[in-house]
Write a protein that binds this ligand. Sequence first.
Ligand SMILES: CC(C)(COP(=O)(O)OP(=O)(O)OC[C@H]1O[C@@H](n2cnc3c(N)ncnc32)[C@H](O)[C@@H]1OP(=O)(O)O)[C@@H](O)C(=O)NCCC(=O)NCCS
Length: 188
Amino acid sequence: MAPTWPAMEYAERSKPQGSASVRSHIAERANISMADITPNNVGQLHMLNAKLFPIVYVKELYKVQGEDVKPLCKLGLFNDIPVGDICCTLEDGPDETTWKIYIMTLGVLPSYRRLGIATALLNHVLENAPVGGMFAGRRVHALYLHVQTSNVAARAFYEKNGFVVSDKIEGYYSQLEPQSAWVLEKHT
Ligand SMILES: CC(C)(COP(=O)(O)OP(=O)(O)OC[C@H]1O[C@@H](n2cnc3c(N)ncnc32)[C@H](O)[C@@H]1OP(=O)(O)O)[C@@H](O)C(=O)NCCC(=O)NCCS
């Protein structure tokens, strides 16, 4: 006679309603953290950026940035897995006592979006280099960046974080369509 097995008993699990609450549920359970970019993981940064951006960033750029920008370049980790990054450069501000911080890259792999990872990366930069505050011996005049005018998600993200559109540049992305870019800035 074939053996019979008792029915399994499952504990009740609450099901989040709708996709927005599913993502907040995931975000609550996940460990979102950051890592410095080092010679050991810089290859992961290049792979992420190759997936995230239509522009190829020169690999040497990260090497020649120097010590000052290290706190402004981070990998974003989801349960210790690199899934995003932020990388900024320092430019002279209106005078030699100030900086303008240029956000060169800020991106998160599609499956890991809307979990607060880009917000955590941007907040890290804003905490280290607050607009109006001091960073690397100078006052931070502003943070700014370019986004393609078709990039509705990025514009929404930055506007939620207090950036405003200060300009539109036609032909900024000569290899892309559309070629135009929004300039988004955060001032005091
Ligand atoms: C823009 C980008 C970095 C946002 O990353 P993310 O980790 O999903 O952002 P967050 O989860 O921190 O989002 C914070 C808030 O920004 C806004 N936002 C983010 N993505 C959005 C979208 N697709 N549409 C509308 N609002 C959006 C929302 O208000 C969101 O809060 P909510 O999820 O509670 O509604 C991501 O979409 C991305 O990597 N895009 C490709 C790369 C890129 O274009 N980078 C910008 C140029 S440097």
